[in-house]
Design a protein around this ligand. Structure first.
Ligand SMILES: [Zn+2]
Length: 59
């Protein structure tokens, strides 16, 4: 599993939160995409995994 961490503004409190991104290949178009799968805010904010793509993926 290939995964990276980036620091993104927390949608709840605005602090920098660690977001874990998992790489996956689209079976339909064979393009490589990233999807946020982990969220860790230093302020302790919680996010449902289902909300992560909406919060951190644009478009
Ligand atoms: Zn937060």
């Amino acid at each position: 599993m290939d995964e990276r961490i980036s620091w993104e503004p927390c949608p709840t409190c605005g602090e920098r939160a660690a977001v874990g991104w998992e790489l996956f290949v689209c079976t339909a178009c064979q393009s490589v995409n990233e999807s946020p799968v982990e969220f860790d805010c230093p302020a302790g904010c919680q996010m449902d995994a289902a909300e992560l793509p909406h919060a951190f993926l644009s478009g």
